[in-house]
Design a protein around this ligand. Structure first.
Ligand SMILES: [Cu+2]
Length: 98
């Protein structure tokens, strides 16, 4: 079980945890500030996920994530970005970075 509690307020950048489970992201939308980091955790027991972003300004590829594996991404660009899954095309997480 991964805690999804409210982010701690402060001057340092925020780390948010995203669960990849049951073929969807949890949550499916995240509102972030530049410099925030998200940690993607594969919370499934036997499914592999492959999170990636294809954006104009940058690309991100977590590679194949086995169950229990984590990947991190620090958002340096403002804008809306969609994290997809290379294995489950319906999985989408929208990042709103300001
Ligand atoms: Cu997936």
């Amino acid at each position: 079980m991964v805690a999804l509690g409210p982010a701690q307020a402060g001057f340092s950048s925020v780390i948010r945890i995203v669960l990849l489970k049951g073929r969807h992201y949890d949550p499916t939308d995240l509102f972030l500030h530049r410099g925030d980091t998200i940690t993607l955790v594969n919370g499934d027991d036997n499914a592999v996920h492959h999170a990636f972003i294809e954006a104009d300004r940058f690309a991100f590829d977590a590679g194949d994530q086995e169950p229990g594996k984590q990947a991190t991404l620090t958002l340096k660009e403002p804008g809306d970005f969609i994290i997809q899954c290379g294995i489950h095309p319906k999985m989408k997480l929208t990042l709103h970075v300001q």
